[in-house]
Design a protein around this ligand. Sequence first.
Ligand SMILES: NC(=O)c1ccc[n+]([C@@H]2O[C@H](COP(=O)([O-])OP(=O)(O)OC[C@H]3O[C@@H](n4cnc5c(N)ncnc54)[C@H](O)[C@@H]3O)[C@@H](O)[C@H]2O)c1
Ligand SMILES: [Zn+2]
Length: 396
Amino acid sequence: VAHDVGVPLSAATSGVELSAEFSVAYRYAVHMTRDAFDPANTTLAGAFGGPGDGPRVLVAVDGGMLAHHRDLPLRLQAYAAAHGIALIGAPVVLPGGEAAKQDPVHARSIADAIERRAIDRHAYVLAIGGGAVLDAAGYAAGIAHRGVRIVRMPTTVLAQNDAGIGVKNGINAYGKKNFLGTFAPPAAVVNDELFLLSLSDRDWRAGASEAVKVALLRDAEFFAWLERVAPALVARDLDAMGSLVARCASLHLAHIAGAGDPFELGSSRPLDFGHWSAHRLEALSETRLRHGEAVAIGIALDATYARLAGLLSDEAWRRVLAVFTALGLPLSAPELDDPRLLDGLEEFREHLGGRLSVTLIADVGTGVEVHEIDRDLMLRAVACLRETPDVAAAAR
Ligand SMILES: NC(=O)c1ccc[n+]([C@@H]2O[C@H](COP(=O)([O-])OP(=O)(O)OC[C@H]3O[C@@H](n4cnc5c(N)ncnc54)[C@H](O)[C@@H]3O)[C@@H](O)[C@H]2O)c1
Ligand SMILES: [Zn+2]
């Protein structure tokens, strides 16, 4: 459509209204693979737009992960050589875990490398790590040159099933989680399940809470499967975890692409069940709690609230608590007693603006939005969870 240039040059222009309207389509693939750096595996090369394009790539890696994969830089070099990928300089190493997001210096170190090594908008950042490192790298890539393409290789369960596959990134600031960040879809995501083998038991388990979350909101069949395979998951069955990751990632992508609000312009974040308190708990614990652990507690809390509010049946409530216990995840933490916990509700509202929207569940597989939370009832839910041993026992 030709732009309307019908504004006479000589006439008064007050009251003239010009407008622009366009839409941009996004498409990216999330690949599930095994041993992505085996030169015979073409998945990663394909993520850069196929062999022969000679992509220029700046690598950013999670230092905590690297400690378990010392041969990664060499394997990546050999892989790049085999596939005509130009690695620009040595990998930028970020500290693993929330530290990567707590101090802006880490995102800055990636922006510095983008500038010094002349990474332009036709080159790529390849970020390899847990959700925290991917968030920091995604933020740096998202603001440098107003957006350099990024390929993500998530290396934790939580990053592969949630943090690494969506359109958000960010770092913490002003004592608030993800306060600085952008919406920036990746060029591609490569989930290599072999990374999961080196996770600590704690990180292996923590990632399952996001799966419980989407299952509770959207997919009762998936929830029943989680109940059934919980023992195998805790015993570190990689095939079971691979299935969990794939189903959870697919539910997430369906939400991003299909729910009509990928960049969260509305007032609700329907997938953020349990997250208003989880973000608060992470901050109050000074990151002692992992995101996935805080999410388990946050969901247990909101499920308990829903139970007390008469929204959720006793049976469904017990299933929620029992599945977390079976997955080796916590239901409670001392940080729940902090009077600043409930500030999380206002912080959650502010993050999106508009009126408060909290997602609860009315049944397993059925999320519902509420716009008011009764503070006294929420405190009763806290008290209920703080008697954890009883709750956990009651839930079995
Ligand atoms: N952008 C989003 O949409 C989104 C969604 C959910 C969560 N998040 C963010 O993700 C972060 C949590 O991510 P996470 O759960 O992946 O944890 P994490 O990134 O904090 O990593 C946990 C630990 O695991 C280590 N590690 C990473 N990969 C490893 C591997 N393969 N083997 C051994 N150790 C490894 C890390 O070094 C770190 O010490 C939080 O900051 C959260 O806010 C973002
Ligand atoms: Zn989350």
